[in-house]
Design a protein around this ligand. Structure first.
Ligand code: ADP
Ligand code: MG
Ligand code: ZN
Length: 582
């Protein structure tokens, strides 16, 4: 039933001119000063607050730490807006809800909290307030509670009919899009808000959303025509770098880095698995005398709380965590975020690194990259029974993008990251705050169309002889290897055999990575009679689609142009790419 919004409806307004004469300004400023004890607004806060008080729908994109909470907490206690009553805040995180509840209570704001883990009896006060004459200003609720409790639905309906629903607020709204399909089905059902409470304004807030996610949020919530307030995602105080990872020395490399650059400072290290977190934290403590502890989803909630609090209070500086850690943490002096393993997507990478430097002081984001890690995450995605094939494919695509970002050792990282969020960034403004801008290389461009299409043809021919072609075997044949694996099936007799023999090994890996990221190549697990192994497949569909999706590219005659560092095999950014195969 959802209409899809066209791009033109949600023309982003970046960092636009601040409002000067909001009709609600006197009350807003008064509450800002006396209740929240703040002197002025940060970027876009006043604009968001004015829009919601005016009864408009708003989509707010602000980086982590930008001050999203104030955007709904302040209007919730204003009397002058067009709607009145309870501001219903839907938040995915219990811990975050409790923190906010406490802090609001301490400011004398009337707030109630409903979550799925509390019985209705434990919540009797909250229910009484919601049903009573003096309604609370803010009500926090998890999406699950909203979905599953008919008592909740009936109560809200009644409050609505009394004209006492001021607005719905959806915090961490990207969950609708990226998690909604797998982890938090309850978020998906938020599309009913508009239908059930058609006159109640909706505010959606998120820290990370590219234009696809943005459109998805708007579509699902049915808030076409909403005001979109975007903030530039550039975080000038963060320094980004990516280094190759050596499995053997990684912990030593991390420890050396911390000791030389961030001794005694607060930081987060992200690892892929729970075991890895425990192992790395222990090694940092025992071998390198660093104050580190692990944090992951499998810990019991007491342990989790204690660890989080200890870190927050500065009892120890370094937290070694899975991605379970971080959403909603409020620590401002994180000086470094280290990725022991690459993130699953650029979106996650931006979130995770975004936790550094919330106080605006210079902070470092260092990622250790290895292609084995890409494979490990790939298997995790493939083995995840909860993912539908579509979602798994989506996540794999995102992983390739992430991997490609890491392998790109030429272009400004800031520019690449911003481009992912559909924001344009002039690399000259990076001012050497990413390792690619620090280590400027002399570049040359090279047209690899022929080699790329030869690689595709070669694989197609190899697959006609044998369906079990591993990545290694394909690369070997492409590079003209005469190893027995290649010769025994006669692959050395195929015409594109050895098409990449003049390319350095590293360049070949880049070219293949590129073909994977474009979905020309893929790897699928297949049984070889003994165990499951990954074998290559080729998809002409994606090659063709790629060509027709980029008409500007197709018009140009040249093909696969890759920039590479002069004198070395480092290929990075593909500029355009056109296949003339099959
Ligand atoms: P987000 O949800 O966007 O990550 P928060 O709402 O948690 O960010 O805010 C981050 C921090 O910034 C909080 O400590 C908050 O008190 C502070 N903050 C927000 N707005 C302002 C402001 N206008 N002036 C001063 N501090 C602010
Ligand atoms: Mg927040
Ligand atoms: Zn840069």
């Amino acid at each position: 039933t959802h209409r899809s919004v066209s791009d033109s409806n949600i023309v982003p307004i970046y960092d636009r001119e601040p409002i000067k004469n909001s009709p609600y300004l006197p009350e807003i400023m008064e509450k800002l000063n006396t209740i929240f004890g703040m002197r002025q607004f940060r970027k876009n806060q006043l604009e968001v607050i004015t829009a919601t008080l005016d009864g408009r729908d708003v989509l707010v994109l602000m980086p982590t730490g930008g001050g999203k909470s104030l955007c709904y907490q302040l209007p919730a206690i204003c009397q002058t807006g067009k709607t009145r009553g309870v501001t219903v805040v839907i938040s995915p995180l219990l811990a975050l809800m409790r923190d906010q509840e406490q802090s609001l209570l301490s400011k004398g704001i009337d707030v109630v909290n409903f979550s799925s883990d509390q019985s209705d009896e434990a919540n009797s006060d909250s229910w009484a307030k919601l049903n009573g004459r003096n309604k609370p200003s803010i009500m926090y609720v998890t999406p699950e509670k909203l979905e599953s409790s008919s008592k909740m639905k009936n109560t809200l309906q009644r409050v609505y009919e009394q004209g006492q629903l001021a607005r719905f607020v959806i915090d961490e709204a990207h969950v609708i899009s990226s998690w909604g399909r797998n982890f938090r089905t309850a978020y998906k059902n938020l599309d009913s808000l508009r239908r059930h409470y058609p006159t109640v304004p909706i505010m959606a807030l998120t820290a990370t959303a590219n234009s696809k996610t943005r459109r998805d949020i708007i579509d699902r919530l049915g808030i076409q025509g909403c005001e979109v307030l975007l903030q530039s995602f550039n975080r000038p105080n963060l320094h980004y770098s990516v280094r190759p990872k050596s499995g053997k020395t990684i912990v030593c490399d991390i420890a050396t880095y911390i000791k030389s650059r961030h001794s005694g400072e607060t930081g987060i290290i992200y690892c892929l698995s729970r075991d890895k977190c425990e192992e790395v934290a222990k090694e940092l403590r025992d071998k390198y005398n660093l104050r580190a502890r692990h944090f992951h989803a499998k810990m019991n909630s007491d342990d989790k709380q204690r660890t989080q609090k200890g870190w927050q209070d500065g009892d120890f500086e370094i937290i070694v965590a899975t991605i379970a850690f971080g959403m909603g943490i409020d620590k401002h002096d994180v000086r470094f975020v280290i990725h022991h393993t690459l993130s699953r997507s650029l979106d996650s990478y931006a979130q995770e690194t975004g936790r550094a430097g919330r106080d605006g002081l210079p902070s470092d984001c260092l990622l250790f990259y290895s292609s084995q890690d890409v494979n490990a995450i790939m298997s995790q995605i493939r083995n995840d029974k909860d993912l539908t094939p579509d979602v798994a494919q989506l996540q794999i695509d995102e992983l390739w993008q992430m991997s490609y970002f890491c392998q790109n050792d030429v272009d400004c990282r800031r520019k690449e990251l911003m481009a992912f969020f559909d924001q344009v960034f002039d690399p000259r403004d990076c001012h050497k705050s990413c390792n690619n801008c620090v280590e400027v290389k002399e570049l040359k461009q090279e047209n690899l169309t022929r080699q790329a299409s030869d690689a595709v043809r070669l694989l197609q021919m190899m697959l006609r002889r044998d369906t079990h072609i591993s990545h290694t075997l394909c690369v070997a044949a492409f590079r003209g290897s005469k190893s027995s694996d290649v010769t025994k099936k006669g692959f050395d007799g195929l015409s594109p055999f050895g098409a990449g023999k003049d390319l350095p090994a590293k360049l070949v890996q880049r070219l293949f990575a590129h073909l994977y990221s474009r979905r020309a190549f893929s790897q699928e697990p297949q049984s070889n009679g003994m165990w499951n192994s990954n074998y290559m497949q080729v998809s002409m569909k994606h090659i063709r689609r790629w060509v027709c999706h980029e008409p500007a590219v197709a018009r140009r005659k040249s093909g696969c142009l890759l920039k590479r560092q002069r004198g070395s095999g480092d290929v990075s950014r593909c500029q355009y790419f056109r296949f003339v195969v099959g």
